[in-house]
Design a protein around this ligand. Structure first.
Ligand SMILES: *Cc1c(COP(=O)(O)O)cnc(C)c1O
Length: 395
């Protein structure tokens, strides 16, 4: 065991497993560990580092804003905060009724959305909240109650009340919904479940049934947002308008920030004093998010994500590994289905080949590279991933 592993084991809370490496610095899609080994980063901090590492736009925004004003509290506002609210409402297509609230993480965004759902109570008549089996919405108590993985919830029971998990089928949705449902939470693609897409027509059906019953449709865009799937937000592939989306991960490009964006009547639910966060929406975080989203727009990275996804999937198919059963996902959120439960071995061999990928579960490798990748990174990925698959298969 190396020194850093011992220090980690001694002092970091046991809730986190031992890390794969101790990283030191990075540039673009490349990151270097403390021992000097350089890796091609096809995970990007789990869909967070949209611009890769140390992008000039990110560095410049942190530096400029930190030297001006980092934090002011909710008793004041700042230009970066106003600008980010306007920007994210515009990118989400929420129109003139759109509003944004900012916090510091994905879980915190979903906590805000949970409270929004409770406010849609029709005088106390709406006590039910629907979410999907296998959903992942975060680790705090409210977001955990929404998470459809019983083994994650069990040690922390009792959960916040009223949440029911239904299978992700249109039939289950139509059988479950009634006028007592306050909200339905969905991920456009279930990232943590192994990059699992919703059935065709599910979001459209969810929009129609929630509207019919007065329930809010709340889309968790924490992993799928900020251009990753080849649209600004995953719901936009379905051409629907939700009542709210939650965002985090990729909108900050490495700066901790999350948020709730509301559409239409959902924008009128929160009243003065009903929600807040000391750090939430501070000028440092919002200035960096503006720079990240601005660079994604300027450099056409949403279109890049749309184009590079199929290119990567073709290259994976061309490897012809018997370990690969197929690929799933959209844009640069890709699940590689394995024919054997060897995802952990594939990750370990990838690390040896200087490639960072993720085991979403035993049977799935998740890829979420930065949106800036081009031909050179994809060529490197194909070579390294082929070697890692071959080594894992040979074990
Ligand atoms: C990561 C994630 C969350 C939780 O975000 P944190 O920032 O880790 O709290 C919630 N929902 C989805 C879909 C996610 O991918």
């Amino acid at each position: 065991m190396s020194d850093w592993q011992q220090r980690f084991d001694d002092r970091i809370m046991r809730s986190i497993g031992r890390p794969l490496a101790k990283l030191e610095h990075g540039t673009g899609a490349w990151v270097t560990d403390a021992a000097g080994t350089t890796y091609l980063d096809f995970l990007a901090g789990i869909a967070v580092n949209s611009l890769g590492h140390a992008h000039p736009a990110f560095v410049e925004a942190v530096t400029a804003q930190a030297s001006k004003l980092a934090h002011v509290s909710n008793y004041f506002t700042t230009e970066p905060t106003l600008e980010l609210a306007e920007r994210i409402v515009r990118l989400a297509g929420a129109g003139s009724d759109g509003r944004a609230w900012f916090g510091n993480s994905g879980a915190e965004a979903n906590e805000a959305a949970f409270k929004l759902a409770r406010l849609n109570n029709s005088g106390g008549a709406r006590t039910r909240i629907l979410a999907l089996v296998d959903a992942f919405h975060g680790r705090t108590m409210g977001s955990l109650a929404l998470t459809g993985k019983p083994h994650m919830r069990a040690p922390f029971e009792p959960m916040a009340g009223g949440v029911e998990h239904i299978p992700a089928t249109i039939e289950a949705l139509e059988a479950s919904i009634d006028d007592a449902v306050a909200a339905l939470f969905v991920e456009p693609i279930q990232g943590e479940a192994g990059v699992v897409e919703l059935p065709a027509g599910f979001l459209e059906a969810a929009r129609a049934t929630t509207e019919r019953h007065g329930a809010l449709l709340i889309v968790d865009e924490i992993q799928t947002g900020a251009g990753r799937t080849g649209e600004w937000f995953g719901f936009q592939h379905a051409g629907i308008m939700p009542d709210a989306i939650t965002v985090a991960k990729g909108i900050g490009g490495g700066m901790p920030i999350g948020g709730l964006v509301t559409f239409g009547r959902a924008s009128d639910l929160f009243q003065k004093g009903q929600h807040g966060s000391t750090f939430g929406g501070n000028p440092l975080a919002t200035a960096v998010s503006n720079a990240v989203l601005g660079e994604i727009e300027r450099a056409g990275l949403v279109a890049n994500a749309a184009a590079r996804g199929p290119q990567i999937r073709e290259r994976i198919a061309a490897i012809g590994s018997p370990l690969v059963g197929g690929t799933r996902g959209r844009g640069l959120l890709i699940g590689v289905a394995l024919t054997e439960p060897l995802a952990g071995e594939v990750v370990a061999h990838s690390m040896r080949e200087g490639l960072i990928v993720n085991a979403a579960n035993d049977h799935t490798i998740r890829l979420a590279p930065p949106l800036i990748i081009g031909d050179a990174e994809i060529d490197e990925f194909a070579v390294r991933f082929a070697r890692a698959l071959a080594a894992a298969h040979a074990d």
